[in-house]
Design a protein around this ligand. Structure first.
Ligand code: SF4
Length: 202
């Protein structure tokens, strides 16, 4: 049986092995998030929301956008946001024209928590820094294209990468230009979560 399993793993396609690897990485990240969640008494989705709001422009920090970002229902996000508001880690920033609509802001106690939470994946960063620049650049290039392609197929609902940005011109291979920055971008300068991103209208 053990030999059979070994044989199967040898003949698995490279794509399947990469998928396996991505699953393992995703599980490891989730486990790290859970560790932090236990320490600070908030759930992993609450941590993700808090980190997202702390690192993105206010216009997109609302329940609808967060539900798409994290691929969960609006009800799940609303419940998590309610707890974060109650604990005073987040506050509402109401629309001046419609007092039923609001975006989310991080409070000062939320910011202190964010400082403690944001290192949850530091062990990943440390291990990645042991690879040389070319290897990192290849990983990044492949990941950014994979994210774009999965977004085009509707699997990843939200992405803020250059390849889908109205300011991008280029061939998505080697020649990249940002019309907002008015600058050529090297492969490793392609963004996968750009705050200035604006979706291309087809
Ligand atoms: S604005 Fe940001 S996402 Fe858009 S092309 Fe420029 S760097 Fe890329």
């Amino acid at each position: 049986m053990a030999i059979l399993i070994l044989l199967i793993s040898i003949i698995l396609s490279l794509e399947s092995k990469i998928l396996n690897g991505l699953e393992r990485l995703s599980e490891a990240l989730k486990a790290l998030l859970w560790e932090k969640a236990k320490v600070y008494g908030i759930s992993p989705i609450q941590i993700q929301i808090l980190l997202f709001v702390a690192n993105h422009k206010t216009e997109i920090c609302n329940v609808s956008y967060l539900a798409k970002e994290f691929n969960v229902t609006k009800a799940t996000i609303s419940d998590a946001v309610r707890v974060l508001l109650k604990k005073e880690y987040l506050e509402k920033d109401y629309s001046p024209t419609d007092n039923r609509r609001y975006n989310l802001l991080v409070t000062s106690s939320g910011n202190s928590l964010v400082n403690n939470l944001s290192e949850y994946a530091d062990v990943f960063t440390q291990e990645l820094s042991s690879f040389d620049e070319q290897a990192l650049s290849n990983i990044f290039d492949t990941l950014s294209k994979l994210i774009f392609q999965l977004n085009q197929r509707g699997i990843i609902q939200v992405q803020r990468t250059c390849y889908n940005c109205k300011y991008y011109t280029g061939d998505k291979k080697q020649n990249h230009y940002c019309n907002l920055l008015e600058s050529r971008l090297k492969g490793q300068e392609i963004r996968i979560d750009c705050n200035e991103f604006e979706e291309t209208i087809n």
